[in-house]
Design a protein around this ligand. Structure first.
Ligand code: DGY
Length: 320
């Protein structure tokens, strides 16, 4: 009998076909969770799970007594209770490295779209409003040669810095747990404390993983420190931002605008007050979502799953 696995949201179809050769696969393509009878039944028997953003909590682990491995199709793994998984000797894997350029493209695109008001002006044309010349109040702001502050200079942060430095002649400030000497050398990035970064940057781009330490890292005080002309970009996780404080900052003009790819709750409810604001450009968490990148991440996650269930070490294991 083939081992049973759960395929949870956004695994590439070609990869699922391949997995079906070795495993008895149950597929969940939405946000099914504990309490859904089909999900509960599949979880009871599953030895592995592969997919995006399934919340692996103690309760879920209790309901999955045969689980040996959970393979995230993402680099972020704030959805996994790694401590509890390690205690239970359940492997956890993610997909680092292969999404850096794709995510940096998306986040830099969001930055430009916010600065140049691209979605708003796209709507202006398509809705037939372009019957008179553009008015000064519709102008955007320059990106090139401005100062970009990157909070979290890991692999994706560095890929954003590369685009900003070589493509747009921007000055780069960064804040990180430790110095990133490579980024300093390659992109002339300058390390500084968080407050100085907030005060001096024209664009503040948040790229830290979600941990206990980064919860609501950007709150009322941090937005107040930013320039009134500055633009805030969140390409990390919604948990890292106090959404009420962001709303107030945007509404009161403490900051100029924001580009937001991620929310505390995803999908974000349509009545989230942030969505009512004109000075926000937003996306449904698309950092790594290109055909090529999703396929490569699915492939790596599937390889991890196969190795783990063959009792070999997965390629990108998070817990030893
Ligand atoms: C990641 O890989 O962490 C992306 O944000 C998609 O979740």
């Amino acid at each position: 009998m083939k081992p049973k696995i759960i395929v949870y949201m956004r695994v590439d179809e070609r990869v699922i076909k391949d997995l079906e050769k070795d495993f008895d696969v149950t597929i969940f393509q939405n946000h099914e969770y504990l309490g859904n009878p089909q999900f509960d039944q599949a979880l009871k028997e599953a030895e592995g799970i592969i997919g995006l953003a399934l919340k692996v909590t103690k309760d879920l682990l209790d309901a999955g007594p045969n689980l040996k491995i959970v393979c995230n199709v993402s680099v972020g793994y704030d959805n996994l209770d790694i401590g509890e998984m390690t205690r239970r000797k359940i492997m956890a894997t993610n997909t680092p490295g292969i999404l850096d350029d794709t995510t940096a493209d998306a986040i830099f695109g969001l930055l430009i779209a916010t600065a140049r008001r691209i979605p708003e002006l796209d709507h202006f044309v398509k809705s037939g409003s372009w019957t008179i010349s553009l008015q000064p109040e519709q102008y955007g702001v320059d990106v090139h040669h401005k100062t970009l502050g990157i909070i979290g200079m890991g692999n994706i942060g560095s890929s954003i810095a590369k685009r900003a430095h070589f493509g747009f002649g921007m000055d780069i400030l960064y804040h990180n747990r430790s110095r990133n000497l490579q980024a300093e050398k390659d992109y002339q990035a300058t390390y500084c404390d968080m407050n100085s970064l907030l005060e001096q940057s024209d664009f503040v781009c948040l790229m830290v993983p979600a941990t206990r330490e980064t919860a609501d890292l950007m709150g009322k005080e941090q937005f107040k420190r930013m320039k009134k002309t500055a633009i805030f970009i969140n390409g990390s996780r919604g948990k890292n931002v106090d959404e009420t404080a962001l709303y107030e900052a945007l509404k009161n003009g403490d900051i100029h605008a924001a580009g937001i790819d991620v929310y505390k709750e995803e999908p974000t409810p349509s009545n989230n007050p942030l969505l009512q604001l004109k000075n926000i450009v937003t996306l449904p968490h698309i950092g790594s979502s290109t055909t090529e990148c999703e396929f490569n991440m699915s492939k790596l996650a599937a390889e991890n799953l196969k190795r783990g269930l063959r009792k070999e070490k997965p390629l990108t294991l998070l817990n030893e």
